[in-house]
Design a protein around this ligand. Structure first.
Ligand code: DGL
Length: 259
């Protein structure tokens, strides 16, 4: 049993969509969240740079005594989780686009995936797609520009709507019935996406699966918090803390930190 914190990092505010599911499922766990907004977006950066940033975030979370790290960023997971697992002793949980459930359930045999360039070009993503979706028509789309808009608090802006319409058009034309959100920032776009997609399209993200995997790995390593602990949640941002506060909506402590 351990009341040390679960450490969570992302290139910015998006990974709070994962934190939310973890906090809902594991309310007794303390969490520390790092929003590396200063370095967002990670998507267009190369594997080496993404790994360097993941190491920096991991080191800071470990300095703060975290017992397990959740890489709440598809781009960081697909490019650097292997390195992290090989070089640190704590358990790591990653997030990957939920290709498998979409490929298993599609009726039109066509699914869409919206993710960053870093994720879609990664070896891990290609392996997963080959393994689970080889007979399925997978329409890949880089969501260029979406993360910077979310990081600037422009979720409901006309620019966002214009980009989303542009990115969804080829998917709608090919009759997708599942849209996989392959970036932890994108769940914040779900209300907008629902207005732009035909009603029969199901949107899938990986938040709940990551929370369940976190629960399982904590139990496996005997690292669960005691059920009398009141989960304390701390958020650090090296960008604009007010954007993170806005995304969280509730009354959580968000601190500015230079990392
Ligand atoms: N939240 C990150 C992800 O899941 C965003 C990547 C970025 O910063 O471009 O991929």
């Amino acid at each position: 049993m351990s009341n040390s914190s679960i450490g969570i990092f992302d290139s910015g505010v998006g990974g709070t969509s994962i934190w939310r599911e973890i906090h809902k499922l594991l309310p007794h766990e303390n969490t520390i969240y790092l929003a590396d907004s200063k370095n967002a977006p990670y998507g267009p950066k190369g594997k080496e740079k993404i790994t360097e940033l993941s190491i920096k975030n991991t080191d800071l979370l470990l300095q703060k005594g975290c017992k397990l790290i959740v890489v709440a960023c598809n781009t960081a997971t697909t490019n650097s989780i292997r390195y992290l697992r090989e070089n640190y002793d704590v358990p790591f949980i990653g997030i990957e686009p939920a290709i498998k459930p979409a490929a298993l359930q599609t009726k039109s045999n066509t699914i869409g995936i919206l993710a960053t360039k870093g994720t879609l070009s990664s070896e891990l993503f290609h392996k997963t797609t080959d393994l689970y979706a080889s007979g399925v028509n997978v329409i890949e789309q880089v969501g260029e520009g979406l993360v910077p808009l979310i990081e600037n608090g422009a979720i409901d802006s006309p620019e966002m709507e214009k980009l989303l319409k542009q990115y969804l058009a080829p998917m709608i034309a090919e009759n997708i019935d599942y849209l996989v959100l392959g970036c932890s920032h994108y769940p914040y776009l779900i209300p907008k996406l629902q207005t732009l997609l035909p009603k029969h399209v199901t949107i899938i993200d990986s938040g709940i699966a990551v929370a369940k995997q976190t629960q399982a790995i904590l139990a496996q390593h005997k690292l669960c918090a005691s059920n009398t602990n009141v989960g304390d949640c701390i958020f650090y941002s090296n960008g604009k803390p007010e954007i993170l506060r806005d995304i969280l909506k509730d009354d959580f402590t968000v601190e500015a930190l230079n990392f």
